[in-house]
Design a protein. Sequence first.
Length: 239
Amino acid sequence: MGEAEAEDWNTRVNLANKKECASFLCRTSAALLWEREPLEGRTCMHLACASGHLDMVALLYAEAGRPMLLERDNRGRTCLHSAAWEDKLEVIRYLWDIGGDDLLFLTEETGKTCAHYAVLSSRRDAEEEDELDAETDGLENQGMLGDEEPASSDEDQVKKEEEEEESMALLETTMSVSMQSSMMHANAETEVLRFLLRVGKRRLLLMKDNDGQTVLDIATANNLSDCQEIIEKALKQGT
């Protein structure tokens, strides 16, 4: 068994063990299903959906049923809001299958739907990417400043070259991770938004939050061109 296969097998075993433990706890005390974490009042279903653990979501639904899907946290968010915020497409598909329109069109305390959250997730990731770009620029500038410092000895020169190599290696790794992460997030975000708008149709497109903003308004205001293109295409198809 190769290293990658061994790691995948260990991951599957760990998930299976967690599911078995969760199943045991559910059978032992059903009240545990309805316990909430203290900060935001989220249920275990909120947390499972946000983490993308589809097996755990299915287990919780099997144990607690439809009422668990409609539970809200301290800000009125459902488990579907949690999944949309974290771009968990498989979980969202499953929630749609078992929850349907009753879950899809629910809004939180500011009037935002799961589709609003999908767009806001894109804005959050864009802001994080900008922060990472700023950090990368800082590393580049640091390397340029280092080039201007004269070496006082051969030993200092060797040390300086080693530090520059480490800085460049860190910069390349950071940029590579950033690009891969951005591509993965961008793909997940657009697929989540496409799916939600496909099943929610025109009604979800036109729903406004408490500030009177639709998903298109939010995408436009934040220069989220990918989201804007998807929403405008869905609007045209729905007319």
